[in-house]
Design a protein around this ligand. Structure first.
Ligand code: FAD
Ligand code: NAP
Length: 546
């Protein structure tokens, strides 16, 4: 078997699969390495009860193939995890991708081996003399490639809390992002769950239905918007399919590319009268989903605007939760949207059940996990099963768990010790021919990620064609370009309310992680910049032929 490739891909989620397809279309040799035993990434790992997308299914899907989008039939407005996983497996089969995907294989290291002079200098050639990426995998094998593309996911590296005694729990313990594929039976069990982000908010109502008792440990109350999920009407499917490409294009014009229900720019909050504003909040709330955040364009810019809409949501919580004290505890007090809001089915209502208890650990942290349960605020709780819905070491975690070294053996961990440094979220100086899909510094997690993934893969594929045409062997972001880009990404964030709370966008959920706002806010201006860079001859990148 040829272990020297044009393109090495790490990861086989939405990004890795599309990369394999695209590289093969271009005639390049490619292989994706995936730690999991199946394709699907997020949707392979996160099989917890209630898991589903929070961008509507018809839009949370690939747009690269008209045949695919026309033939696939989504069942629900927000597809459940199993349906999305079935879709991704269908894509792998339909485009015959499996031959170039190696499952059950974790990439441990990726080192750039400095160039000896290349004999032909052509990008994508398999000339072993050129500077190449060498990867080592946990099955003891070594592979080389002209390019290495990290499709390792922004939300794939599990954040397990550092609570004393975690290993001593004698019952069943599961992290939502490493959920057993055979499922977990909660029937008649006492269950504890730590975490009220999207994973907690999706799983709590479902677990509560079968558990004997469910105790939720909440450190920060989160905003959640009703999904109003249900079966997709045939007319909706037909209408979208009749105009699919236009709908995708319209989404790409939306600030967050969260879907066309985000609505057109709605003007500034205080340009409307109070009565108009209340009517608009109500109308957008009734639509359900993240589109609610698009009601006015300044809710993450103007504190007063945010205060008003946040209070509207708290009013909705009070209207649903019977016990006023419980409603108060469930009411967030941070800026709406500065942590990713959730999209739920029956979340707040679940707290009206007799078998559900909320324990506030915002002031008194969880002291320790014990053999039988956990201790907090001087009280011991006993469980048969403990669920950790504690999230991810987002955006950089998966990259940093690989020993990535660029020129002169510089490690990525060292280079990014004060926060990630990238140009366009695609590349970083000192690491030629290394790309990240939806990397820090790109819109990524602030968008419909399939849209962002396709934009990145297409940009990289076009870049490879360009390099090949020009006889370039390496591409590398310049130091000046990446410095200016990091400054720009932070400057945009600082004009907003995003940095005001302890979100994973800032790395604030992982103790010791540098506090830097990682994603680029705004999809359309980002795409425009990527296109301008190309039009200006890949401005900000250096090329070499050896
Ligand atoms: P992933 O799907 O994370 O795939 C990365 C793959 O890389 C993983 O399978 C991992 O095992 C593999 N990998 C990582 N490191 C290595 C290594 N060293 N060696 C080998 N393999 C490795 N986004 C949305 O836009 N809308 C949503 O509704 C939405 N819902 C989500 C729900 C959940 C529960 C979560 C956790 C995230 C959600 N996201 C959503 C974000 C989601 O991660 C992206 O939409 C998308 O699935 C990411 O695809 P990806 O291929 O980039 O990464
Ligand atoms: P998350 O948003 O980071 O939430 C983790 C939760 O665990 C938070 O409530 C956090 O509290 C809590 N927590 C962490 N450590 C704790 C500790 N030591 N003690 C007590 N509480 C602790 O993670 P997530 O819910 O897995 O979601 C991550 C992201 O994945 C989402 O924002 C979203 O982008 C994506 N996602 C999407 C969906 C969807 O709806 N389609 C579903 C799941 C995930 P603090 O807030 O105080 O840190």
């Amino acid at each position: 078997m040829n272990r020297d490739l044009d393109v090495i891909v790490v990861g086989a989620g939405f990004a890795g699969l599309y990369l394999v397809h695209k590289m093969r279309e271009q005639g390049r040799s490619v292989r994706a390495f995936e730690a999991g035993s199946g394709v699907g990434g997020t949707w392979f790992w996160n099989q917890y009860p209630g898991a589903r997308c929070d961008i509507e299914s018809m839009e949370y899907s690939y747009g690269f193939s008209e045949e695919l989008e026309q033939s696939w039939v989504w069942d629900e407005r927000y597809a459940r995890q199993s349906e999305i996983l079935r879709y991704i497996n269908h894509v792998a089969d339909r485009f015959d991708l499996r031959a170039d995907i190696q499952l059950n294989t974790k990439v441990l290291s990726a080192h750039y081996v400095e160039a000896e002079p290349a004999s032909n200098g052509v990008a994508g050639s398999s000339d072993a003399g050129a500077g190449r990426w060498q990867i080592k995998t946990d099955d003891g094998e070594t592979w080389t490639g002209a390019f290495c593309i990290m499709a390792t996911g922004c939300l794939s590296s599990t954040n397990t809390p550092n609570i004393p005694g975690l290993d001593s729990f004698a019952g069943e313990m599961h992290h939502t992002s490493r959920w057993p594929h055979e499922g977990v039976d909660f029937e008649g069990k006492r269950v504890g769950i730590i975490g009220t982000g999207s994973s907690g908010i999706q799983s709590i109502p479902v677990i509560a239905e079968s558990a004997l008792q469910l105790t939720v440990f909440q450190r920060t109350a989160n905003y959640s918007i009703p999904a109003y999920n249900g079966a997709l009407a045939e007319e909706t499917r037909v209408a979208i399919k009749a105009d699919y490409q236009a709908i995708r294009a319209l989404n790409r014009e939306r600030g967050a590319a969260f879907g066309i229900n985000w609505g057109p720019p709605g003007g500034l909050t205080f340009d409307s009268t109070k009565a108009e504003r209340l009517e608009a909040y109500e109308r957008y709330w009734e639509m359900g989903g993240l589109g609610f955040l698009g009601v006015f364009e300044d809710i993450l810019m103007d504190q007063r605007a945010n205060d008003e809409i946040s209070e509207f949501v708290r009013g909705k919580i009070r209207a649903v939760v019977d016990d006023p004290e419980l409603a108060r505890l469930l009411s967030p007090d941070h800026v709406l949207g500065c942590k990713r809001p959730c999209v739920d089915t029956n979340y707040y209502k679940t707290y009206n059940r007799d078998n559900v208890e909320l324990v506030d650990v915002s002031e008194k942290a969880i002291d320790r996990i014990t053999e039988r349960g956990l201790v907090t605020g001087g009280r011991e709780f006993e469980f048969d099963c403990l669920v950790l819905a504690t999230g991810f070491d987002a955006m950089t975690g998966a990259l940093h768990s690989i020993d990535i070294r660029g020129r002169q053996e510089q490690t990525l961990v060292d280079k990014w010790s004060a926060g990630p440094i990238t140009y366009l979220g695609l590349g970083t100086n000192g690491f030629p021919n290394l790309f990240t899909i939806t990397g820090p510094g790109s819109p990524s997690v602030l968008t419909n990620m399939v849209t962002s993934i396709e934009q990145h893969v297409d940009w990289i594929a076009n870049c490879f064609d360009f390099m090949q045409g020009q006889g370039h062997a390496t591409i590398e972001a310049t130091r000046e370009a990446e410095e200016a880009w990091v400054f720009h990404v932070n400057e945009i964030a600082d004009e907003t309310l995003y940095p005001t709370c302890n979100s994973w966008y800032l790395g604030a959920n992982v103790p010791g992680k540098a506090r830097v706002f990682m994603p680029h806010i705004g999809f359309p201006p980002y795409v425009e910049k990527c296109n301008e860079v190309v039009a200006a001859g890949y401005e900000g990148f250096d090329f070499s032929s050896a």
